[in-house]
Design a protein around this ligand. Sequence first.
Ligand SMILES: NC(=O)c1ccc[n+]([C@@H]2O[C@H](COP(=O)([O-])OP(=O)(O)OC[C@H]3O[C@@H](n4cnc5c(N)ncnc54)[C@H](OP(=O)(O)O)[C@@H]3O)[C@@H](O)[C@H]2O)c1
Length: 295
Amino acid sequence: MGAATVTVLGATGKTGRAVALAALRRGLVVRGVSRHGPPSPRGDDGPAAGSDRGTDDLPAGVDRFLADPLTGEGLVDALTGADAAYLVAPNVHPAEVDLVARAARVATEVGVARVVHHSVADPDDARMPHHVRKGRAERLLRELRPDAVVLRPCAYQQNLLPAALAGRIEVPYRLDAPFSLVDLDDVAEVAASALAGGLEPGSTHVLAGPEELTVADLAETAARVLGRPVAATATTVERWRAGPGSGLGPGAAEELAAMFRAYDESGFPADPGPLARLLGRPPISWAELLRRHTR
Ligand SMILES: NC(=O)c1ccc[n+]([C@@H]2O[C@H](COP(=O)([O-])OP(=O)(O)OC[C@H]3O[C@@H](n4cnc5c(N)ncnc54)[C@H](OP(=O)(O)O)[C@@H]3O)[C@@H](O)[C@H]2O)c1
């Protein structure tokens, strides 16, 4: 029997790229869904390029399938003949529930054996509309595909890595709030295992990092590991909206502002146990991730 074929939605994005790469490392044949053709060598992507374009292109070795998970166009081709599908919605997207349901329906219609859904830890946290949508998407998915595997990652270590490497982590919430940041590549390793059929059908898994750290702790560890100063500074949500958040649409900015207010109240800690069990090794710590970037 040949290697399993898997279709990864959002494969040009932060999460989808990591999952596609982990699936390739596992020897799977990977189809990456994108709404766009490859970027032109001149960097002129033509009329299809827009402000909501993904952050990067598909990893090498991934077969491009042109499809739009929002309209459903191209999804039948992208999913027909695949053994597994990874359903991941763009960050803070208002149509997440429809997008996940449509992809699950098409996957079922064309006979995809395994469906894996990328959710979030604490999906029903009412303070954060984008978490609540993930809770709704999970429940709808469970009706459509009771056998789907659901992964619930905490926030990624990689969200704050560029700032740490640049020497200043500035966040619009208090510096002593606790987080169980998880390595995105650890999440992707579990995702690839699920796509290959290694996780119990119908199971749900919280994926959190091995330690609870505050942003102050993250900066202190980064300074020690990198051997140079790394500052932690708190700004306000209002200043974030006028600065780093100013390029976002009003809906996304409001939802991320709500997330930062929730982080200010209680951080984002989660149970570290399941990830270590799924990986069969200790998950990557923040210090280890930083060390990888100093080698
Ligand atoms: N960041 C975290 O710490 C974290 C933690 C837990 C869960 N999550 C969840 O992980 C998911 C993925 O987040 P991400 O940041 O990896 O995704 P992303 O980079 O925002 O988007 C992934 C891809 O979605 C595609 N896409 C399709 N339709 C789109 C549309 N209408 N608008 C924008 N993009 C569209 C884009 O690819 P093309 O342009 O090539 O079509 C894009 O590359 C989100 O649902 C997020 O909530 C994130």
